[in-house]
Design a protein around this ligand. Structure first.
Ligand SMILES: Cc1cc2nc3c(=O)[nH]c(=O)nc-3n(C[C@H](O)[C@H](O)[C@H](O)COP(=O)(O)OP(=O)(O)OC[C@H]3O[C@@H](n4cnc5c(N)ncnc54)[C@H](O)[C@@H]3O)c2cc1C
Length: 372
């Protein structure tokens, strides 16, 4: 790319790549600055669900945004297949969250009721199903399963192919992707920004912070408070098995290759990404109760990775009030929201009125909560 960029995107994980892909496709001149391969990257450690049920309990706008993304997902998958030749393996047969006792089932039912009762939430069509119906959908569920929540819009993808497809698209749309360019400073320069890395400075008319857990440090440079924290999740993968599941479950999904992914825990241990064997054992034990057929399968891989969690768990999207043209985009469901980020949010960055469009997702809500 020659000449100054219209937009500099900081971060090349699933969020930055989806946004940059959408911007490039819309005709903007874009530079992506990304840290090195040893950086913390949620995008390389996730479970791969495109998940609608349960999303937005406490923020109806997030429920609607998630549902919108799930609806837009086939379009994104088709574009990546046609334009970049990468099949991300999208399947949206609906998904289940199985319950192992009545207490879990009651909590699931309550959540669905709470979600439905929110004004303007729209329909996500999640409902409680009994054990019989759950077994019609998934005949190999174990005898302890007493029921499930089912949502017809849930699905899953191969998240690594998604990242690869989006990155292939960056090249295709002439987005200038620069690895090993850790951003140190962002400085106002004329009507835009100088974004300073150890390897030089890049000018952009606009700058988008999509640096995951790195946004907390970068935000104050452009008047944005981004209060996110790491949330560690563990995932296990079995050897390849014959067909066991035709729907993704909240903590179990069978990949196209036949492996079964078991996940994902949640704990708050700072930036520690070591493997905790007690957590791994707990995940495996529950998985065997839900799907006894995997009881003898060998675990071939396991890892932990860090989610990017805001105080209420919902996304943060905003243009800075004090540094116009500087934005933050972050969330903890970058797979689910990839379609909305690429197809809806990216074009909105090129128009006026970003904060009006995404008012519910402003970090100002945390100040309002703290003051209350
Ligand atoms: C265990 C686990 C399971 C998950 N399961 C799901 C799921 O099923 N479905 C779902 O939707 N989501 C899931 N997620 C969440 C999903 O992975 C994240 O939402 C997504 O990866 C976030 O992408 P990101 O681009 O914001 O962050 P990251 O992938 O962390 O990328 C941030 C990028 O910014 C770069 N960066 C940081 N600071 C700087 C800087 N100063 N200069 C330049 N570059 C910088 C980093 O190098 C990195 O490449 C899961 C996450 C985990 C950990």
């Amino acid at each position: 790319m020659t000449g100054p960029a219209d937009v500099v995107v900081i971060g090349g994980g699933l969020v930055g790549a989806a946004v940059a892909w959408g911007l490039g496709r819309a005709g903007a001149k874009v530079v992506v600055l990304d840290e090195g391969d040893d950086a913390i990257r949620a995008s390389r450690g996730n479970f791969g669900l495109v998940w609608v049920q349960g999303k937005g309990d406490g923020m109806p706008e997030y429920a609607a945004w998630t549902r919108n993304s799930a609806t837009r997902w086939p379009e994104l998958a088709a574009a990546i297949a046609e334009e970049e030749g990468v099949d991300v393996g999208l399947r949206q047969p609906g998904g289940l969250e199985p319950f192992l006792d009545q207490t879990e089932m009651d909590a699931g039912e309550l959540e669905i009721r709470r979600m439905h009762n929110q004004p303007g939430v729209g329909a996500n069509d999640a409902r409680i199903i009994d054990a019989g119906e759950a077994r019609v959908l998934e005949p190999l569920l174990g005898p302890e399963v007493v029921g499930a929540t089912y949502c017809p819009h849930d699905g899953h993808v191969n998240p690594l192919y998604l990242l690869r497809g989006l990155h292939a698209g960056l090249a295709h749309h002439r987005v200038d992707y620069r690895l090993n360019h850790r951003v140190e400073r962002i400085e106002r320069a004329g009507s835009g920004y100088n974004v300073v890395t150890e390897r030089g400075t890049v000018y952009g008319g606009k700058v988008v912070l999509a640096a995951g857990l790195g946004n907390g440090r970068l935000g104050p440079m452009v008047g944005l408070d981004v209060p996110t924290a790491p949330d560690r999740g563990h995932i296990l993968v079995t050897e390849r098995l014959g067909p066991l599941l035709s729907h993704p479950l909240t903590r179990l999904r069978q990949t196209e290759e036949g492996t079964v992914m078991i996940g994902a825990s949640s704990d708050h241990v700072g930036y520690d990404t070591s493997l905790d064997f007690a957590t791994v054992a707990r995940l495996a034990a529950r998985a065997r109760r839900v799907l006894p057929a995997i009881g003898r399968a060998r675990i071939v891989r396991s890892w932990s990775a860090l989610r990017i969690m805001s105080p209420d768990g919902f996304p943060i999207y905003a243009e800075s009030e004090t540094s116009q043209g500087a934005y933050v985009v972050t969330c903890h469901s970058g797979v689910t929201l990839a379609a909305a980020h690429a197809l809806d949010l990216a074009p909105a960055l090129l128009r006026d009125g970003f904060n009006e469009t995404f008012a519910a997702f402003s970090p100002g809500r945390f100040k309002a909560t703290a003051a209350a």
